[in-house]
Design a protein around this ligand. Structure first.
Ligand code: 3EB
Length: 272
């Protein structure tokens, strides 16, 4: 995704030796009880977003099930044309259908934190990557929001399978799912960027409270903000400067999975 403003990289380090490898389309690295796994599949080779999501999740689930790091904490999903199609035929909803099919048994105890965002590449590549650990974490839901897996039928045949956040095993880092202007199960403040940003921040604050993490988003809270319209980036940067001036920020041009949402935030909150 195109960065809107300053670009930065993200690096995950462990204080143990790291091994890495490849199994078909799946690439992985692991060390010190942590596993990173990523898969990229071309929809043209697998038949649309539903079948491709099922394949991607099946491959990841099998790999994780055979790994000592079998507790998936966090997943990121990026797909093309996420809002194309109407009603149950929106591509995001097809993705949700396939995701649940491919998830298998490793999520029987609950879903991981997640993000699902639309990219703008011409090639319809589904990219899914995850972080898993050898010890269980703690799932966190947001008291201001209906849990995504309990969304009513109007949002699709298959509710989105993710938790609002996970507290990683040492209890010192919160992995925050894509968070947007959703109250209860409804999108709030249609066509109003500033109100959506304010509601999103209220949701993020509530998530910190529910997780017993320190309040606020400071230098210990690296965040990504996904913006539907590139010309909204300046207002998003201004909002961040006012409300989270020291948070390391990456603003990206991406589509939010509900077409009435303009902005979504995900990232990390360290206990510091
Ligand atoms: C929402 O709150 C916004 O399908 O994995 C946020 C994070 C959203 C993850 C997903 C969807 C997903 O419902 C959408």
């Amino acid at each position: 995704m195109e960065p809107l403003g300053m670009s930065m990289g993200e690096e995950w380090r462990v204080s143990s030796p790291v091994t890495f490898g490849r199994e078909g389309a799946l690439r992985w690295s692991r060390g010190g009880g942590w596993l990173y796994a990523a898969i990229e599949l071309d929809e043209d080779e697998h038949g649309g977003p539903e079948a491709t999501a099922a394949r991607a999740y099946d491959a990841l689930s099998r790999f994780v099930a055979g790994s000592p790091e079998c507790h998936v904490q966090r997943i990121w999903n990026y797909l093309a044309d996420i809002n194309l199609g109407t009603g149950d035929d929106e591509r995001y909803k097809h993705f949700c259908n396939g995701r649940i099919v491919g998830m298998g048994d490793i999520f029987a105890n609950g879903y991981p934190a997640a993000t699902a965002i639309g990219h703008h590449d011409a090639a319809k590549i589904l990219q899914v990557y995850l972080l898993a650990t050898d010890r269980p974490g703690t799932r966190v839901e947001n008291p201001r929001q209906v849990s995504a897996w309990q969304y009513p039928r109007q949002y699709g045949r298959t509710p989105p399978s993710f938790a609002r956040a996970t507290l990683l095993p040492a209890d010192d880092v919160l992995a925050i799912s894509g968070t947007a202007s959703v109250v209860g199960h409804a999108s709030a403040h249609r066509d109003d960027l500033d109100a959506q940003l304010g509601e999103t921040l209220a949701n993020l604050d509530a998530l910190l409270t529910a997780s017993h993490m320190p309040a606020g988003f400071d230098s210990y809270a690296p965040l990504k903000i996904y913006v539907r319209h590139a010309d909204h980036a300046a207002r998003v940067h201004a909002f961040a400067a006012a409300h989270m001036p020291s948070a390391p920020l990456l603003v990206l041009h991406g589509d939010i999975c509900r077409s009435d949402l303009l902005v979504e935030v995900d990232g990390w909150r360290y206990r510091a």
